[in-house]
Design a protein around this ligand. Sequence first.
Ligand code: ARG
Length: 269
Amino acid sequence: MKWKIKTFLVGLGILAVTSLAACSKSSTEDLSLKNIEEKGTITVAMNPEFAPFEFKTLVNGKDTIVGADVELANAIGEKLGVKVKFSSMSFNNVLASLQSGKADIAISGISATPERAKVYDFSKTYYDSVNKVIIKKSDLEKYTDASSLKDQSVATQKGTIQETIAKEQLEGAKVVSLVQNGEMINELKSAQVEAVVFEEPIAKAYVAKNDDLVIADIDLTSEKSDAYAVAMPKGSTALKAKIDEVITELVDSGKMDQLVQEAYDLSTK
Ligand code: ARG
């Protein structure tokens, strides 16, 4: 009788240990890469109104999303041996689409800030970000430093780090957040706002296409953590390792800067 109880208890113990192991396995296992490989497709969230990184242009008469981020996404697709699908949305929905499972990764000139890194995994960075202020050419003498924009309206894109940068560094300015970058430029041209804050390549691309606009001689400081990275759902360790490999290759070879330059030329021609 006694040995029976003993076997029973030992059996129970084994059962408990194995089921515990099974349980912890399923809750922490990193399926990020496996899921994408099984689907054969990687869905990339982006806001394609951000030349030279992602923007729409006609390719053989068809509206197509192009840019340096698109090339990066294609290189990732190639590395993983899967098809790449782009999902366009407003920038303030790009990161959230990872949580809802609508996209596998997000590439949209996203700054890998410590705050965002609490919620999402980030690849290594692929592009350093520097902030610039665009104003009307006719205001060049008027807006010469941050304090000259006091009490003036300054537009930034909703959900971007530029919202915070403008609030913190353009003290006393009225920061207006808009969903669309094109709308910000229109408001600047029609004097609804006096300035717009963008990162340098984006600012340059808009100025190149609008002779009435100019980059102001106003210095804004940028953090190292404002640099761009690919965002993924938390726990995407295996996927991140692959994406980091792609980024290392592109950055170290100088190819990434070349892609930005090519996309810039395409967007301004
Ligand atoms: N780097 C900035 C940020 O992460 C702006 C990104 C905006 N990207 C875009 N595709 N509109 O907040």
